[in-house]
Design a protein around this ligand. Structure first.
Ligand code: NDP
Ligand code: 8X3
Length: 251
């Protein structure tokens, strides 16, 4: 049997990059996506030693770019077995009345509409082949709203709803749909949320052992290697020090 093709959005850092490494070691063929082409090229060069890699640089918020990029895939890359919708970020952490409209747009357009735009291009092939697996990266922020999380939480609640909807609508075609909802994972996430303020970003993980991108990557590998009749539905993953969105043991 030929090796499976996995399409990973947000592969230039954090969870997506770690997933690319883990899946390359497990001989999946990888389509790696992100906006930062230099990072994509470097990662692709590194992983080509282990497996076949194709990189696609596009902004998930731009529907035309998404469609054109995926349409440009050569024939041997078109049958995508697994889609990992991971691209996303939080932008800002402030009371809703102080929210920045640009941050709201970035989160709704990237985390919600971007996930839909990418899925829209990839679902028809899975439906035609009556097989496939979509893994959506949500968040504990999509299960519980916390102070100042407002629009980021809304975007991740939407990811949860879309994931549940996909599971129902794609059920007739034998397509698996998994929602993974991490707690605190130390990646570039907090640097992006706090717009490059490294002290604020570091403070998020002060006094505890957060998850690493690799921890989520390992779990993604577990999800996509279950037998054909087993589908993981919905999973929250915390560092041991975290009990819910706001209860964290430090020190
Ligand atoms: P990172 O900031 O390290 O990675 C985010 C990735 O998403 C990057 O590869 C980035 O690539 C990509 N991305 C962001 N916006 C866009 C866009 N508009 N178009 C294309 N790609 C984009 O954070 P994480 O690895 O932590 O985040 C991955 C996912 O995990 C996100 O959906 C996040 O919400 C979720 N998550 C993270 C948690 C955490 O604590 N870290 C916890 C729960 C969920 P580039 O900039 O090159 O485009
Ligand atoms: C990222 C985790 O708790 O910062 O989705 O929202 S949290």
């Amino acid at each position: 049997m030929s090796k499976k093709v996995v399409f990973i959005t947000g592969a230039t850092s954090g969870i997506g990059e770690a997933t690319a490494h883990v899946l390359a070691k497990n001989e999946y063929r990888l389509i790696l996506c992100g906006r930062r082409n230099d990072k994509l090229t470097k990662l692709a060069e590194e992983l080509t030693r282990l497996t076949d890699v194709k990189s696609l640089s596009f902004d998930v918020r731009d529907q035309q770019q998404v469609a054109a990029s995926i349409a440009s895939l050569p024939e041997e890359w078109k049958n995508i077995d697994v889609l990992i919708n991971n691209a996303g970020n939080a932008h800002g952490l402030s009371p809703v009345q102080d929210g920045d409209v640009k941050d709201w747009d970035a989160m709704i357009d990237g985390n919600v509409k971007g996930l839909l735009y990418v899925s829209k291009e990839i679902m028809p092939g899975m439906i035609a082949r009556k097989s496939g697996h979509i893994v959506n990266i949500g968040s504990i922020a999509g299960k519980e709203v916390y102070a100042n999380g407002n629009v980021y939480c809304a975007s991740k609640f939407a990811v949860d709803a879309i994931t549940q909807g996909m599971r129902i609508d794609l059920n007739p075609y034998g397509i698996k749909v998994t929602g993974i909802h991490p707690g605190m994972v130390e990646t570039e996430f907090s640097m992006v949320r706090f717009k490059g303020d490294s002290i604020r970003a570091k403070n998020v993980y002060q006094g505890l052992m957060p998850l690493k991108g690799e921890d989520i990557a390992d779990f993604i590998l577990y999800c996509i290697t279950r037998p054909a009749h087993v589908a993981l539905g919905d999973v929250t993953i915390f560092p041991t020090a975290q009990a819910n969105a706001t209860t964290v043991k430090r020190g």
